[in-house]
Design a protein around this ligand. Structure first.
Ligand SMILES: *Cc1c(COP(=O)(O)O)cnc(C)c1O
Length: 365
């Protein structure tokens, strides 16, 4: 937490604004829309809820296909199932680890030829690294398929100066406890599209029609963010630039210390890409390190109470999505087999990071 979160939360108590609406909600939404340079942001209970409503908003219906990045957290795809739609998973390209435009186009062509209706494309900016948005948006535009951007890990990241979360018809954010800023739990949907925003505002608060009694014409959800959580978010937005700077510093420290070790690969920002470096991740080149070294290092660090983790297990490999169609090229499987997420918390001191680095050096030789 920064310095102001408690102030805004106390203010909510003092003024009795303890509800899923109020001045903190309005102010937090304004801060986010200014940050992303979009017309509107709706704050919600979670990033997962935001994805669910985004899919509804673009008209995804049962039986439709939703094309989804495979290399991501499962929450990107779970809402596709809530909509009774069919996920089709697309592997990553090696530069940003996000959706491969060539595979996307191949999937669209095949699915169209098979007579499928493609309801949406879910692109992710994983670990804060922007996806190849120009190429992806061009393809989606050509086939007139709405793009939903999962920017849950990418608040503060940008591609050619344009913020992640502002490219698609809807961008979604998460403020879960592990993200770059948090409201303890929470999410948001950003959009320039007035109909999308109007729909999300309406149904996220139980779809109450303007009438003196409870009148409903649509299925509603209880997905709004509380004014208490939004108070935390308000304070967190004030420290977001510091958080990004610190995460990038942490990445630079690791890279400076470990980047010259043979076989240790750090993901680079391509020209024009700006990553918030939510997590520092490394790959251990199979030509130098035995496959499985990442897990051995994780276990070793765990004995020292240092938390690290393997990269996301691709969704096309997840038991829950067994039988779903996928377009794979081996990239995400290799990332999972050889990658490691390093401790990256903004509040980790340089002294603590040096201990982590010293232990990693022992493992990496
Ligand atoms: C955290 C996360 C989500 C889900 O957000 P919640 O707020 O936890 O529901 C979705 N996608 C990605 C890529 C995430 O990292």
């Amino acid at each position: 937490m920064g310095e102001k979160e408690r102030f805004y939360v106390n203010e909510a108590f003092d003024t009795n604004w303890v509800a899923p609406l109020g001045p903190n909600v309005d102010a937090f939404e304004l801060q986010l829309s200014q940050h992303l340079a979009v017309k509107s942001v709706v704050s919600l209970g979670s990033g997962t809820a935001a994805i669910h409503l985004a899919l509804n908003a673009v008209g995804v219906k049962p039986g439709d296909v939703v094309i989804c990045q495979s290399f991501t957290f499962a929450a990107t795809a779970f809402p596709i199932q809530y909509c009774h739609a069919e996920p089709v998973f697309i592997d990553s390209e090696a530069a940003t680890w996000n959706m491969d435009p060539a595979l996307l186009e191949k999937a669209i062509t095949d699915l169209k030829a098979a007579g499928k209706k493609i309801g949406a494309i879910m692109v992710v900016h994983l670990y804060g690294m922007p996806a190849l948005m120009e190429a992806l948006m061009e393809i989606a535009g050509r086939y007139e398929i709405p793009v939903i951007e999962d920017a849950a890990e990418a608040l503060g990241s940008s591609y050619k100066g344009k913020p992640c979360g502002s490219f698609g018809i809807a961008g979604i954010l998460s403020f879960n406890g592990n993200k770059i800023i948090t409201t303890s739990g929470g999410g948001a949907l950003a959009s320039d599209n007035e109909e999308v925003v109007k729909y999300v505002r309406h149904v996220s608060a139980q779809a109450k029609e303007p009438a003196p009694y409870y009148l409903h014409k649509e299925i509603g959800y209880n997905y709004r963010m509380s004014n208490i959580c939004a108070g935390i978010g308000r304070g967190q937005m004030e420290v977001l630039p510091e958080r990004i700077e610190r995460r990038r510093q942490i990445f630079d420290n690791y890279k400076k210390a470990l980047g010259s070790i043979d076989g240790v690969i750090f993901p680079e920002e391509p020209q024009g890409f700006f990553s918030n470096r939510w997590l520092t991740t490394i790959l251990l080149d199979e030509k130098v390190f035995e496959v499985g070294t990442n897990e051995k290092i994780r276990q070793y660090l765990e004995t020292l109470n240092i938390e690290s983790r393997q990269l996301w297990k691709p969704l096309h490999q997840q038991p829950v999505f067994e039988g779903c169609k996928s377009y794979v090229n081996g990239v995400s499987d290799k990332l999972f087999a050889t990658g490691l997420c390093l401790p990256s918390g903004s509040n980790m001191s340089n002294e603590v990071q040096e201990i982590v680095i010293a232990e990693l050096k022992k493992c990496l030789g």
